[in-house]
Structures are given as C-alpha cells and as structure tokens.
Design a protein around this ligand. Structure first.
Ligand SMILES: C[S@@+](CC[C@H](N)C(=O)[O-])C[C@H]1O[C@@H](n2cnc3c(N)ncnc32)[C@H](O)[C@@H]1O
Length: 369
C-alpha cells in the first residue's frame, strides 16, 4: 500500500526526493511553502499541483484531515535556532510560529479526529536540540501517544565529503517502538543498527579517512570558459576577504556546510574550490598578502594560478545527493532549474535544503518494524 505524505516547508523538495529514492512505497500528495521560487522549482521537478504556495501558520486541521496523510515530513525554518545567528530567539522568533501552530493546535485536533499522521520526520539545525521548541515538541508528541527517536547526523558519516550536522526527530503513533535504540542515549549519533557514531576526524590527515569520497567525484572538471568565468571568485572579494575562505582541493574529503548565503558571504557559508592542485594555498596567499601590503596594485594576479572558483549549483545538488555522484550532462537524472530562477536564488534554495541520502536512510528506519 502506498503511504501518502505531506511535505511542510518543502523548498526544493529534498524530503520528497528522499521518499522517492527510499525503499518505502510512498508518495507526496501535498507540499506547502510560501516562497514563490521554491514553488516554481518544486513544480518543475515533481509535477504541477502538488505544492501549494501557502503560509503554514494558517493551515487548519480540517484542511489537513481531508488529505488523510499517514506521513508528515517537516523541515521548518532553521534561523530561530541556528548557532550562526547570535540573535536567534528560538520559540519567540516569528519564524518559529508556524511550526508551533502545527504542533500545538493542528496535530492535537487531528488526533482527536483520528486523522493524524502515523509517522513524522522533522529536520532542523544542530542546536534545535537545546531549544524550548524541542522540549515543547517532545511533550506534545508524548502526550499524543507518539514514540520518539532523535538524532544528530552529518553527511560525513555516510561517506559524503560535506559537513552538515543536522537534528532529526522521528515519531510513530501508538507508542510503537523504534528498533535498536540504545537505552542510555537521548540523541543518537548514528541510525540505530546502521553504522557507528560519528567522530570528528577533521584534525586527522585526510588520507586517513578513506571511507569518505573525494570532492572530485562531485565536481565538473570540464566547465566551459563562460562557466569558469561565471563561477570564479571576483577580484574585489578575494582582495578584501580572500584569506577568510575555506579553500579545498578536488582531492579533499571534506567541505564546509553550505548555507543560503553561499557566494554572498565569505565566512562559514561554504567552501571554495582550488582547481590547481599543484600549488600550496598558504604559500601563494602569503606571497599575495605581502605584495598587497606594500601596495602592489597587481598583487591580486598572484592568486590567478590557484584557479579559485565557487561550486556550481549542480555540483552542490550532487553533494546534497539530489543527483547521483558522477552524473554529467545527459547522464543527469534531471533535476530541473526553471530558467526564471536566478543563480543567486538557486544557491539560496540549495543552502536551505537537506542531504537527501540521510533523509532517505531515516525514512527507511522510520518504517522499519
Ligand atoms: C529550511 S527550508 C526547507 C527546505 C526544504 N526541506 C528543501 O529540501 O529545500 C524552510 C522552508 O520553509 C519555508 N517557510 C518558512 N516559513 C514558512 C511558512 N510560515 N509557511 C510556508 N513556508 C514557510 C521557506 O520558504 C523555506 O523554503
């Protein structure tokens, strides 16, 4: 029997893609997002009529009861909880309102109507686990008879060279148990029965961790001259902020977390690629900085040899497992960007999205008996 799902905060449909690629027989029958571009991309990739442009804080139990969906997939706004935001206000942030409405008002009403979802998956930033919203959520789900499994997972532990530590909550109605959950652990650091806890190996030499693929498998080494120009890091950015970039090589087995600010912000928004692997980044940067300090107007040209560029949106899609590793040109499984969606918006939408592989594994675990 096909499980019907509703995807809240659907963005570019990472949770939809994860359900489609999982072994669970399910289909997203309705998605909600209020962002015009996100809905345009969603329509183009999953078919028209599924996503509805709507404010989730206005949804009612009656409307959702009609859908009678057994699976809810939710990835609410991260900004109220993100550690990168010093002004993050948690539950009092207006952006947290719609999720609180769903959990406080809508879900209990659906339970009383006996039209509630039997399974839920919530995704948010690491940091959510210390918020009062999480405490409220646990209490509500507990009172409504759901069993819960919480996890903190990063793509690195799935062999994907990208760090993106995220909080996940899985819930099942009727207090059905989750298999293999260790008793003493509050938040699991791996999916029970699959893999082991993640340990940060960032301080170890990269070649010691052969379980992680190289970045080169995810990137296009045959970009056209136009694209190289389009994705190269502008001189003015390098001159002012160059030393703050996280620069990685195609042979690297890691990259920083890519955020919605990628290419707009420098620090902690994602890594940039040094396509020339023969040069030592530090040596070249030191030479550049010395020449810059003595006022050499052509100092910036020293960095040309590094061939620094941003990841393209399609490369990020591969890293986020929307597309298979190594898929190129015609082999692409066909994630579509409507031409009206600018490159800047594509970066914003991907930066907001999820790692599809992790969610796929979680959906399979959620339905494991
Ligand atoms: C963290 S992103 C989720 C991204 C999505 N999982 C994906 O794979 O792209 C949050 C999304 O929620 C949407 N959103 C935030 N608040 C909303 C609200 N009140 N109603 C509808 N959509 C909302 C944003 O537009 C954004 O696309």
């Amino acid at each position: 029997m096909t499980i019907h799902a509703v995807e809240f905060y659907s963005g570019i449909g990472g949770l939809h893609k994860a359900l489609d690629t999982s072994s669970v027989s399910g289909s997203v029958i309705r998605a909600y997002d209020w962002d015009q571009s996100a809905c345009q991309v969603y329509d183009a990739n999953y078919g028209k009529g599924i996503v509805k442009k709507a404010d989730i804080s206005k949804l009612t139990a009656t409307e959702l009861a009609e859908l009678d969906a057994k699976l809810w997939l939710l990835s609410p706004s991260c900004q109220p909880y993100t550690v990168l935001n010093p002004e993050a206000k948690g539950a009092t942030d207006p952006r947290a309102k719609s999720f609180i409405h769903l959990m406080h008002n809508v879900l209990p009403e659906l339970v009383s109507m006996k039209r509630h979802p039997s399974h839920l998956l919530v995704e948010n930033v690491a940091g959510f686990e210390t918020s009062t919203t999480r405490q409220d959520l646990l209490q509500i789900l507990h009172e409504l008879g759901y069993s819960i499994c919480e996890l903190l997972l990063t793509p690195l532990q799935f062999g994907i060279p990208n760090s993106r530590l995220r909080y996940y909550l899985l819930a099942k109605s009727d207090r059905r148990p989750f298999p293999l959950v260790p008793h003493c652990q509050k938040v699991c650091r791996h999916i029970p029965g699959r893999g082991v806890d993640w340990e940060n190996t960032r301080m170890q030499p990269e070649d010691e961790d052969s379980s992680i693929r190289e970045i080169r498998e995810y990137i296009d080494d045959d970009l056209s001259e136009d694209d190289i120009h389009l994705y190269s890091v502008p001189d003015r950015v390098l001159e002012k902020w160059g030393r703050l970039f996280d620069i990685i090589l195609p042979s690297s087995c890691r990259s920083c977390c890519f955020t919605r600010g990628y290419t707009k912000m420098v620090e902690r928004s994602g890594s940039v690629l040094q396509m020339n692997e023969t040069l030592d980044t530090t040596v070249v940067f030191d030479t550049f900085l010395k020449r810059q300090q003595v006022g050499d107007p052509s100092a910036i040209r020293i960095l040309d040899d590094l061939k620094l560029r941003y990841f393209t949106p399609d490369e990020l899609l591969r890293l986020f497992c929307f597309e298979p590793v190594g898929s190129r040109g015609n082999e692409r499984q066909g994630f579509v960007w409507p031409s009206a969606v600018s490159i800047k918006t594509r970066y914003k939408l991907i930066g907001n999205s999820v790692n599809v592989r992790i969610v796929k594994e979680l959906i399979e675990y959620l339905f494991e008996e």
